[in-house]
Design a protein around this ligand. Structure first.
Ligand SMILES: Cc1ncc(COP(=O)(O)O)c(C=O)c1O
Length: 378
């Protein structure tokens, strides 16, 4: 009898391992990793101490998260603990929102270029992601007029994601554009999801939060970037308590709860918020200085810092534009430096590659040097 292989669900069609992982995981051992958006600085001592205190009985804890942690997050963001759900990173928050609010056949607006995770969480519900273009300035900021045009053309949209500062560009959003987008979504009954995971990693003044301009929608964040602790896998969704309820149902069935030791470490970070974020920003500044220097010496070019995040969206030479994946694979395997093709984040990223300067300063210097040599030799 021939065994019949199990057939994956149809909604998985076209989905695979993220292109970021595919490029990074296949890299030669001696390649310089400027691909992943993963902080490389030490966890703040307060979180390390909290983790070290984990002994004895280790229960599940409340499904929505430790009430102390929910209260700390809520207090920071000016809301109540019932308006917070603690998730396993922003990624789970995005998944929960999509599962809770999208039906097959719906559409959901996602930024182009934008974080690849948005496409997956939408597609897994049987809904269709619809890209909207960010501004075509050098920052790729939220462009309310372009957002409105896309929404007008897609009456089946039930959800829209804004990511600011965004991945892969580090571009933020102005208060005016955020307010306009929030008002539009609210008027149309489109659920607005504001991914603000990079907001604390700013160089000048912080960019506005959706919470500064509207009470509508959900705001998502995590310990992964601002606290430099992606391995804790702690995130949160903030929103109206009633609107959060469907997410809590999805969350309960998907993961039960976030890991308790991680939540305690996250609580310790919230209790030392300013110091912990300052620690990250200091580390980030060191890395940005390395990037700035390397661009000046190796490429004879100035860079400017993103509105927030550790990404530089690097314009590639014209020779790369036709097939940026092939270009980045050659760069990876021949020059031994990993960059992620901007095309992985949407068509609007075709001419760029994402350089993550979350790496160590010496890796940044060497990575840019290798990139410069490779481009010279084209
Ligand atoms: C814009 C954005 N949102 C969400 C995530 C998910 O992060 P986490 O689940 O670690 O919070 C990432 C990760 O890189 C990201 O870049």
């Amino acid at each position: 009898m021939n065994p019949v292989p199990p057939r994956p669900a149809r909604r998985l069609a076209g989905l695979g391992v993220s292109p970021i992982r595919r490029i990074s995981d296949g890299a030669p051992k001696d390649a310089i990793p400027l691909g992943l958006g993963e902080p490389t600085w030490e966890l703040h001592p307060t979180a390390r101490e909290a983790l070290a205190r984990t002994t004895g009985v280790l229960g599940y804890g409340p499904q929505a998260g430790l009430v102390e942690l929910r209260s700390a997050i809520a207090a920071r963001l000016g809301r109540g603990p019932d308006e917070v759900l603690v998730t396993i990173g922003t990624q789970e928050g995005l998944f929960d929102v999509a599962q809770a609010y999208l039906n097959p056949g719906d559409e959901a607006l996602v930024p182009d270029p934008g974080f690849v995770g948005y496409l997956g969480v939408v597609a897994l519900t049987g809904a269709t992601p619809v890209p909207y273009r960010l501004a075509t300035d050098d920052r790729f900021r939220l462009d309310a007029a372009e957002f409105a045009r896309t929404l007008d053309a897609h009456p089946k949209a039930r959800l829209a994601i804004v990511g600011h500062p965004g991945n892969p560009t580090g571009g933020g959003a102005t208060a005016e554009s955020l307010r306009a987008v929030a008002e539009l979504c609210q008027a149309r009954g489109v659920l607005l999801v504001s991914d603000e995971v990079y907001r604390d990693l700013h160089f000048g003044a912080p960019t506005p939060s959706l919470l500064d301009v509207s009470n509508y929608g959900f705001v998502l964040g995590s310990t992964s970037k601002g606290f430099g602790a992606p391995g804790l896998r702690v995130g949160w969704v903030l929103g109206d308590a009633e609107a959060l309820w469907p997410l809590r149902v999805v969350h309960g069935f998907a993961v039960t709860s976030a890991a308790l030791p991680s939540q305690r470490a996250a609580l310790a970070l919230f209790e030392n918020y300013d110091d912990a974020v300052e620690h990250s920003r200091r580390e980030l500044a060191l890395r940005y200085t390395a990037l700035e220097r390397a661009f000046a010496t190796e490429l004879g070019r100035a860079v400017s810092p993103p509105d927030g995040s550790f990404y530089h969206f690097l314009e590639l030479p014209e020779a790369a534009w036709d097939d940026p994946f092939a270009f980045c694979l050659r760069l990876r395997d021949e020059a031994k430096v990993v960059l992620i093709p901007g095309l992985a984040f949407g068509e609007a990223g075709r001419r760029h590659a994402r350089l993550s300067f979350a790496a160590q300063p010496e890796q940044i210097a060497e990575g840019v040097r290798r990139y410069a040599r490779f481009v010279e030799g084209l």
